[in-house]
Ligand binder design. Sequence first.
Ligand code: IMP
Ligand code: MG
Length: 176
Amino acid sequence: MKEHVRVLISEEEVDRRIAILGEQISREYSGKQIHLICVLKGGVFFMCELAKHITVPLTMDFMSVSSYGDATSSSGRVRIVKDLDHTIEGKDVLIVEDIVDSGNTLHYLADMLGSRKPASLRICTLLDKPSRREAEVEVQYSGFEIPDAFVVGYGLDYKQLYRNLPYIGVVEFEEE
Ligand code: IMP
Ligand code: MG
């Protein structure tokens, strides 16, 4: 099957929304320092763009997790592939994710990182598919709510491709 990507959220809309999120986060963390945690690889484009719009001091760290599932859905079990380089104890931590789908990944991550005694722990996601939720996740900052479709771009992949698209697109499959 051949796939085709249809634009769902344009580059201009994504960039505008991220700027607004950055301003909101800067206001709400005024007087503090933020420790951004990027969930690789999908969160990387979003975190870099978001960080450019945050005006309070910030530090960054990266972690990589893999959820046991197939190409388009995740299970409840999550494995840490790369842990953080730095301690989060006493820090105001903001997890930056590409998308909350079933919620399984973030439910696990928030639990795990919460146990490491950060001063605070919040979640910022570019996309949210609330209709797919299986595990409860408290998301404080969300870019866009989207319908139940498989999306790519801005860090999100299908079979590791399309992460570099500067917009969010829906993958559509066509018979050859
Ligand atoms: P979860 O189902 O909320 O645990 O999401 C796990 C991960 O699956 C997300 O962080 C994404 O990396 C990936 N994912 C979920 N939905 C999509 C999608 O529509 N396109 C690409 N990746 C997705
Ligand atoms: Mg992800």
